[in-house]
Design a protein around this ligand. Structure first.
Ligand code: GRF
Length: 201
């Protein structure tokens, strides 16, 4: 039986689609069991509908505490019998109930080379703006496990992406995202494949 992966996303969803297509093509040998979204109207919801992947909108604002929200997310992951949780542009800090239920099984992609250019508030274009402001000659993609602090968990793999002369935030972001859409499914495939459990970075 294929490992079951639930994707959590807040925004555009290009990584979501990349994982769904890779799983369908067989290069990512998992079943995408569902999508959890934490923002009303996120474009990723339409992508899930198009791809026929079930989705659940579970936003913190729908609950009277973050603990209840965290419990609801955990219950949905369990209802979909998730083996792994893959964050793909998910802006909320994953709660302690999810981490306790899926220890070492929550994966994230960050659009820079952690530990640099990470941490609270460092997401989307802010990351690329900081890379450009620092005058870096390369940036990249980091796939890492999640713990209770933003962008601090164990690094599994990194891919480098060059920063080119005259790059704008948009051009750099698109170059990083293009690499990320290939790299995240590849790394996830190695991580979840039972025969490759000893995979090391
Ligand atoms: C990705 O670059 C991811 O690394 C970051 O947010 C972006 C999400 O893009 N955490 P998308 O929603 O998958 O298109």
């Amino acid at each position: 039986m294929l490992p079951r992966v639930v994707i959590c996303a807040s925004g555009e969803g290009s990584n979501f689609t990349a994982m769904v297509l890779a799983s369908r093509a067989g290069s990512l040998p998992v079943a995408i069991a569902g999508l959890i979204v934490d923002r009303v109207g996120a474009p990723v919801i339409d992508r899930a509908r198009r791809e026929g992947v079930p989705h659940a909108l579970i936003a913190p604002a729908q609950f009277d505490s973050r603990d209840r929200w965290d419990q609801a997310v955990t219950s949905q992951l369990q209802a979909w019998r998730a083996d792994w949780v893959a964050l793909a542009g998910y802006l909320n800090l994953v709660g302690p109930a999810v981490l306790a239920a899926f220890p070492g099984r929550v994966v994230n992609s960050h659009p820079a080379l952690l530990p640099r250019f990470g941490g609270k508030g460092m997401y989307g274009d802010r990351v690329h703006a900081a890379v450009l402001a620092a005058g870096e000659s390369e940036t990249g993609v980091t796939i890492h496990l999640i713990d209770e602090v933003f962008d601090r968990g164990q690094i599994i793999a990194q891919a480098k992406v060059p920063v080119l002369a005259g790059d704008s935030i948009e051009r750099l972001a698109e170059r990083v995202k293009a690499r990320e859409r290939e790299f995240y499914p590849e790394v996830l495939a190695r991580l979840v494949a039972p025969s490759l459990q000893k995979f090391t970075p």
